[in-house]
Design a protein. Sequence first.
Length: 261
Amino acid sequence: MKLIIKNDYNEMSAWTANHIATAINNHKEARPFVLGLPTGSSPIGTYKKLIEMNKAGLVSFKNVVTFNMDEYVGLPREHDQSYWYFMHDNFFNHIDIPAENINILNGMAEDLEAECQRYEEKIASYGGIDLFLGGSGVDGHIAFNEPYTSLSSRTGVRALTEDTLIVNSRFFDNDPNKVPKTALSVGVGTVCDSKQVLLVINGHAKARALRNCVEGGVSHACTISALQMHPDGIIACDEAACGELMVDTYKYFKEIYKDEI
């Protein structure tokens, strides 16, 4: 696992965007580059940087197919808190990606289990995901794979914990009762099947999650810890997220990856 430590959120976002753009530009296969994407506050800076690079002609998304991590159950895509809306508002509407290349789980599907199976099959039809960008909850969960979700889980229906409802209530008039209680989410196994996984973790609130992922053991109590078993796992973080790392851990990663730009 690589841990790339940047001074602040802006530097972390710029590094992440450059890494993704380079991966897309270096993709020489005839098939599209397949990119997994998250929602939430952490990747917004990365999306802004990628939009700037796209407008400057430094990267194109015309041959990129995307699969988003998750979607609330029961919210139509036009709802301003649906992840379909979030992704289009913050990213897709501002780049040159063909609409047909965008894949987001349908939280309004009549048969939710069938929708999840369809999603897994569509990912497989492209030969898998080349790079999956992700984030982390304060408790170390990825997508809606809450603590104690199986690390071999696949795309499915997830019940959301009270902690997640409270955290996400800031988008629903600060009322946890307005937050959907279930969501569709790719599984931990789905993410880890990707050729490369890149997590962005920023801010002091995520310091414990970062420590558990880097220094703790692999555990379904911290689903991002599955990244330890991935052959090409990367975490990009800022200084604030490193507050609970041991000094030697921090110094090791700062030294060994000091030339990563």
